[in-house]
Design a protein around this ligand. Structure first.
Ligand code: HAM
Length: 427
């Protein structure tokens, strides 16, 4: 049997990996500009973290987690998301007793057992930011502005930002009761999952993936109509801040998000045209999460974006990003006996950060030139008998086809200067 990557996973091969590096560079730079610093948490955590953080009646916890026992019979889970892990790290390292807010970003793989399709994978990658310690509605706005800035820097102009407020525990308690009363008469028409969870967590019926559930509960009362005055004014201030920053949004009564930890502001960003899985990012406030994970009563807000979905949306990447797989210079040897000289020169060029390559397949001189072309090399350094005897290298410009002879001692500097001119010329 031929071994293949498991269903819902895939390899990222060159040149595709250049696109990843390009996108990741923009994500990191944007987050750093906004004052977020990188956090790296383990790929697996104690299962209990996600049960307590994400919620035992969510689809993620009930159906989608990769959970396994290790050799000591501990239950561990491959992280399906990273917000709960950040909350755990904040508590474990007592970050909350330092300077607040703590502002973090992360990029890495997440794991969910779901039916794979375009834009939905079992191992996928998220870029996310989390800010702990402040309840300011302007921090909600900052996080959303960051998300939009990322899209702008990626050249994505067609997007829809949906926002809502899912209130605090107080307004939600009143609302929950109203929703249960609305659902109970039609409970037999719900999917089996919702029939068992609607009493405990009726909000999950609202974001259930089954159409029949939505048809059954049509005209349900919305959470937005039940916000307490504090939550309503928090939401108004977020919207005002977005307007002041010229960010278009759509208030969406139906947006509740599929994870239990959300309070107040919730948002999602959709890019039409990338298929059924159009949500490239989502997030919101989670003022109870840190406490639910065993820490102090500390508010938080953040979002995560699916990098695969961003890639689907970014189909015309800036040439700069795609260029990154190319070589600057290729060394062609006209005889095997000069290979050692080539390798030594290669090392000196690379020490100056010049992308240099040579042949390792015993190609003829002609075939090496063809190969250099394939690698996208701007210049070729030729080492042949004349060169070695007379102490120079021949430098060939692959675009103009011009060749010049350069003293051996000056070759590295000469290549460097020419590259700087190329780069300057091409912006
Ligand atoms: P989420 O909405 O579950 O939120 O995921 C965020 C984004 O990850 C989605 O909008 C989507 O782009 C991407 N995504 C999710 N599942 C998959 C999948 N199976 N395949 C490909 N992409 C996927 C969270 O994970 C929250 N932790 C976000 C957050 C951070 N809220 C507050 N802080």
């Amino acid at each position: 049997m031929q071994l293949k990557a498991p269903r819902g996973t895939y390899d990222i091969l060159p040149p595709e990996s250049s696109k990843w590096q390009y996108i990741e560079g923009i994500l990191k730079e944007t987050a750093e500009t906004f004052g977020y610093r990188e956090i790296r948490t383990p790929i697996f955590e104690h299962t209990e973290l996600f049960e307590r953080g994400v919620g035992t009646s969510t689809d993620i916890v009930t159906k989608e987690m990769y959970t396994f026992k290790d050799k000591s019979l501990r239950s561990l889970t491959l992280r399906p998301e990273n917000t709960a892990s950040c909350a755990r790290a904040l508590i474990e390292h007592s970050i909350y007793s330092g300077i607040m807010p703590a502002k973090w970003y992360y990029i890495g793989p997440m794991f969910r057992y779901d039916r794979p399709q375009t834009g939905r994978y079992r191992q996928f990658h998220q870029f996310g930011v989390e800010a702990f310690g402040s309840n300011s509605p302007y921090l909600d706005a900052e996080v959303i502005i960051l998300l939009i800035e990322v899209l702008k820097r990626l050249g994505l102009k067609e997007y829809e930002l949906h926002i809502n407020s899912v209130g605090c525990t107080q307004c939600r308690d009143v609302y929950r009761q109203k929703l249960i009363e609305h659902i109970t008469p039609v409970k037999d028409r719900l999917c089996p999952d919702c029939q068992t969870r609607y009493q405990q967590n009726p909000l999950r019926v609202l974001d259930c993936k089954e159409k029949s559930c939505h048809q059954a509960i049509v005209n349900y009362p919305t959470l937005f109509q039940h916000l307490c005055s504090d939550c309503a004014s928090h939401y108004d201030m977020v919207k005002e801040a977005l307007k002041a920053n010229s960010i278009d949004y759509r208030h969406d009564d139906n947006l509740v998000r599929g994870l239990d930890y959300y309070t107040n502001t919730a948002f999602e960003i959709h890019i039409p045209g990338i298929g059924a899985q159009s949500a490239v990012g989502g997030g919101g406030r989670y003022n109870g999460l840190v406490e639910d994970c065993g820490g102090p009563d500390l508010p938080g807000i953040g979002f995560a974006m699916g990098i695969e979905r961003l890639l689907l949306a970014v189909n015309t990447l800036a040439a700069k990003g795609l260029d990154s797989g190319k070589s600057d210079v290729f060394i062609t040897t006209m005889s095997d006996q000069y290979e050692l000289q080539a390798l030594e020169l290669l090392t000196r060029l690379r020490q100056k950060n010049i992308r240099a390559e040579k042949d390792y397949m015993g190609r003829s001189g002609r075939a090496q030139m063809k190969y250099a072309d394939k690698l996208g090399a701007r210049m070729v350094i030729i080492i042949g008998d004349d060169e070695i005897q007379q102490g120079y290298f021949t430098l060939r410009d692959m675009q103009s086809k011009e060749q010049v002879q350069i003293d051996k001692k000056e070759i590295v500097e000469s290549v460097k200067d020419r590259l700087a001119k190329f780069r300057g010329g091409n912006g």
